[in-house]
Design a protein around this ligand. Structure first.
Ligand SMILES: N[C@@H](CCC(=O)N[C@@H](CS)C(=O)NCC(=O)O)C(=O)O
Length: 431
């Protein structure tokens, strides 16, 4: 990408040290940005202990001196709060000047001091783009530095005032909330969708952050879909798909009635048809396997498990997604139901048998020696066609179609399929 070699990522301290090391900055501040080592700090404390009334007090006062600028939440470094601190700070700074040294904790306040009192300095226009990450964790003085450095640049701040964890370092999360007030024309991009955690975790986070004070109310969304899974059913393939993608998901289990094999009435709360699979995902609710496979892959697949739209392979992929339930399952389901009629169903069987043979023969030929239905790797087409093969096998009809049978064995050997069976409960069609 053009210009990417000019990008630099660094901490504010290292940037500060670099700027303070410039000759013109040195002559403006009169301080040498040579960080004082820990063991050298001991010498300073020894020299100042008489003034402070003991070495321990000297150490405390030194800490107070470097923290003062951050504690005060001001944009002026130092801010001694009382005469003891003021006297100590003055002598400490003289000592540091004499020894041509600087405390690490002075780098940021001195950078601020320099930028504030030298508005015409080149550093104010040095950068074209300034991107600050975790803005909510900077204290006010650090945020002021970033606004000086980006006043003439494109500024981008990234952060979340709900996640400010550095209160002990005087972080100023208000800075991100108030950014609009000081920067007209700001473009806000909300990142309200959690890409990592399932919905329950996000709901817990929402409940927790609702207690934060002074926040702008907003609700995080989880991106996980919920699969309403009926044991021993077509929804097994959706579980398998979710396991293949490794995307977070939630599963609500429903058990078939042991006698009737029908789904329990609760499934109607997920979808009026009362059948499985159903997925719910925010405002989305889908109750048809092919459409579910298509949605999940587009929504969570990050380009995997489907051919590029517009390609010839994509058309074949879409055809298999529809074909499975739209055509291939019909004679297999008729076989299931008509068999229950025993003798009464006999006149229908020849047509059912020939249609089953028609479809399985077609699938066998289309699959040929291919490893997968479409393209060089597993796709939604394989997921969607698996139930056809499983049901055909359960009727003892798959062995006559060796390509399709071997393909099913390969699919069932996949670790994600095995995981889906562990998660979904006993699946009679897996055998
Ligand atoms: N074509 C639909 C069929 C859905 C369907 O019939 N699911 C069956 C499970 S394999 C079901 O829920 N049966 C229970 C019932 O009808 O009570 C799909 O593929 O999603």
């Amino acid at each position: 990408m053009p210009g990417c070699d000019d990008l630099e990522g660094r901490t504010l301290h290292s940037l500060g040290l670099q700027i303070l090391s410039r000759k013109h900055v040195f002559s403006a501040l009169g301080r040498t940005p040579q960080p004082l080592n820990r063991f050298e700090e001991d010498l300073l404390l020894c020299d100042l202990k008489a003034l402070a009334g003991g070495k321990t007090r000297a150490s405390e006062l030194l800490d107070e001196y470097v923290a003062a600028w951050a504690v005060a939440q001001g944009d002026e470094p130092g801010f001694p709060a009382n005469s003891e601190q003021e006297k100590f700070a003055k002598v400490a700074v003289d000592w540091l000047k004499f020894h041509e040294a600087m405390l690490i904790g002075e780098i940021v306040p001195y950078l601020l001091l320099y930028l504030k009192h030298n508005p015409a300095a080149g550093e104010h226009t040095e950068f074209k783009h300034v991107l600050t990450d975790e803005y909510q964790d900077l204290n006010k003085a650090e945020q002021t530095i970033m606004s000086y450095l980006s006043a003439n640049a494109h500024a981008c701040i990234v952060g979340d005032d709900d996640q400010s964890i550095y209160s002990f370092k005087f972080a100023h999360p208000e800075g991100i909330r108030e950014w609009h007030n000081h920067n007209s024309g700001t473009n806000d991009h909300a990142l309200d969708e959690c890409q990592r955690c399932p919905t329950t975790v996000v709901e817990m986070a929402n409940a927790l952050i609702a207690h934060n004070t002074n926040r702008k109310p907003r609700v995080l969304k989880g991106i996980a879909a919920t699969l309403h899974h009926l044991n021993d059913s077509r929804s097994q393939r959706i579980l398998w798909l979710l396991e293949e993608l490794g995307t977070p998901y939630e599963m609500k289990s429903y058990q078939r009635n042991a006698q009737t094999r029908l789904a329990p009435p609760e499934l109607q709360q997920a979808h009026p048809l009362g059948k499985s699979p159903v997925i719910t995902d925010g405002d989305v609710r889908i109750a048809e396997s092919g459409a579910i496979v298509d949605y999940i892959i587009r929504r969570y697949g990050k380009g995997a498990m489907m051919p590029a739209p517009g390609s010839a392979e994509y058309e074949a992929y879409a055809e298999w997604l529809h074909y499975s339930e739209g055509s291939a399952m019909l004679p297999l389901m008729l076989n299931l139901y008509v068999s229950r009629l025993k003798e009464a169903g006999a006149p229908l069987h020849p047509r059912i048998e020939s249609e089953i043979a028609n479809h399985l023969g077609y699938i066998e030929g289309a699959l040929g020696s291919r490893e997968f239905f479409v393209g060089p790797s597993l796709s939604g087409a394989d997921i969607q066609m698996s139930f056809v093969a499983e049901v055909a096998k359960s009727f003892g009809k798959l062995a006559a179609y060796p390509n399709f049978a071997a393909w099913l064995t390969r699919m069932h050997a996949r670790p994600a399929f095995k995981r889906s069976v562990e998660k979904g409960g006993a699946y009679r069609l897996a055998g």
